[in-house]
Design a protein around this ligand. Structure first.
Ligand code: SF4
Ligand code: MG
Length: 341
C-alpha cells in the first residue's frame, strides 16, 4: 500500500534552561529517534504512558514543531525544510484533532465559523459562496444537525464538540488525520460513538489516522498497526494482533497485563506484571535499554547496549521489537471498546 506519511529517525530535544542567564543545562529527549511509515487509509495507534513523547511525536508529524533532527515526508516529499506556501500546501493534507473538545474550540465562534475556519487559510479549497453549504455537509457527515450551524460550542455535549473538532479536521479533505487522545476526555459510551464515527469517515474518505492514546482498549479497537512508545523511542511496532496477542517486548507485556479483563471468568487467571518505579526523566534516560530500570528480565547487557527496533520472532511470525531478549508471551484477551457500548 501507498505510504502517505513517513517519519525517519525523528528527534525532538528541548533545552532545559536555568538561572537568569537561561543557560542550557540539559536536554529533555522527548522524541529520540522514531521511524515508521503510515499507509493510505490505515490507522496507526501510538500508545505509551504520559511523558513517553507520543504527543510531541504528533506535533512533529503535523509540523506544529520542527524536529531537532530527522525528517517527516508526505507522499515521499520531505517537508522538514518546507516554508511558506509549500508548507501551507502540505499542511492541507495533514490535519489534527485534539484531545479536549472543551478547550480546543473557541467559545466565541459559531460552529459554522469553527468548521469553516480552515477555508480562510486555504481559500482555494471551497469558493467563498459555497462555504456555508460545505460546512453544513461536513456537519451532516459527522452526525450533527446542519441546522445548528449558528450555535456556539457550549450548546453541545462533549461528544458533539469532538464531532465539531473532527468536522474541522476533515474540512480540507486531508489524507492524514493526527488524533491526539481524541476520546480520552469523553465518557466511555460516548467514546465508542466517536470511534465508530472515525472508522466510518476513514472508510468513506480513505483517511489515514495516527491515533495517539494511552487507552490500550480504544487503540486496539481502531488500529491496524500499533506502536508502543517508551521514553521517546518505539519499544514495539507491529500489526494490531501481533502487538496485542504476541507482544515480545517486556514493556508491552506489562502494559497489557494491567488492562482490565472484561470476562469475569477470566479475572484472576491472568498474571499481572507490576512495573516497579516511575518512568525515568526524559532528561536523563537510562543507559543501554532505557527500560532496564523497570524491566524484570533485564540482564547486564541491557545496561550498556541499546536494543534496536528490528524484526524479532514472536512465536508465529516476526515483528519489530526493541528488546535483546524479545520473546512472545501469551496475553489473555484485553477488553475491546466495542464491548463497553
Ligand atoms: Fe528488558 Fe533488556 Fe529487553 Fe530492555 S533489552 S526490555 S531491559 S530484557
Ligand atoms: Mg480501520
Amino acid at each position: 500500500p501507498e505510504v502517505v506519511l513517513s517519519a525517519q529517525n525523528l528527534v525532538k530535544h528541548y533545552p532545559i534552561r536555568k538561572g537568569v542567564l537561561k543557560r542550557t543545562v540539559g536536554q529533555v529527549k522527548a522524541v529520540d529517534g522514531v521511524t515508521f511509515d503510515l499507509h493510505k487509509g490505515e490507522t496507526l495507534g501510538i500508545v505509551g504512558e504520559s511523558g513517553c513523547g507520543k504527543s510531541t511525536l504528533g506535533r512533529l508529524l503535523m509540523r506544529l514543531e520542527d524536529p531537532t533532527s530527522g525528517s517527516v515526508a508526505f507522499q515521499g516529499e520531505d517537508w522538514s525544510g518546507a516554508s511558506g506556501r509549500e508548507m501551507r500546501r502540505l499542511r492541507r493534507n495533514i490535519q489534527i484533532v485534539f484531545q479536549d473538545p472543551y478547550t480546543s474550540l473557541n467559545p466565541r465562534m459559531t460552529v459554522g465559523d469553527i468548521v469553516g475556519e480552515p477555508f480562510e487559510i486555504h481559500p482555494d479549497v471551497v469558493p467563498k459562496g459555497g462555504r456555508r453549504k460545505r460546512v453544513q455537509e461536513l456537519l451532516d457527515l459527522v452526525g450533527l444537525n446542519p441546522e445548528h450551524i449558528n450555535r456556539y460550542p457550549h450548546q453541545f455535549s462533549g461528544g458533539q464538540r469532538q464531532r465539531i473538532g473532527i468536522a474541522r479536521g476533515i474540512a480540507l479533505n486531508p489524507s492524514v488525520l493526527i488524533c491526539d487522545e481524541p476520546v480520552s476526555a469523553l465518557d466511555v459510551s460516548v467514546q465508542a460513538q466517536v470511534v465508530n464515527l472515525m472508522e466510518k469517515l476513514q472508510d468513506e474518505l480513505g483517511l489515514a489516522y495516527v491515533f495517539i492514546a494511552h487507552d490500550l482498549s480504544v487503540v486496539r479497537h481502531i488500529s491496524d498497526r500499533v506502536g508502543v512508545m517508551y521514553l521517546g523511542r518505539m519499544a514495539e511496532l507491529g500489526e494490531e494482533d501481533e502487538v496485542y496477542s504476541r507482544p515480545t517486548h517486556p514493556y508491552t507485556q506489562a502494559l497489557l497485563s494491567a488492562v482490565p479483563v472484561p470476562d469475569p471468568t477470566l479475572r484472576g487467571k491472568r498474571e499481572q506484571i507490576v512495573l516497579v518505579g516511575d518512568v525515568p526523566s526524559p532528561a536523563n534516560p537510562p543507559s543501554g535499554c532505557r527500560f532496564h530500570t523497570r524491566c524484570w528480565k533485564a540482564q547486564d547487557r541491557c545496561t550498556t547496549e541499546e536494543p534496536q527496533l528490528v524484526l524479532r520472532p514472536d512465536g508465529h511470525g516476526e515483528h519489530l521489537s526493541a528488546c535483546h531478549f524479545a520473546e512472545a508471551r501469551a496475553v489473555v484477551e484485553t477488553v475491546d471498546v466495542s464491548d463497553v457500548q
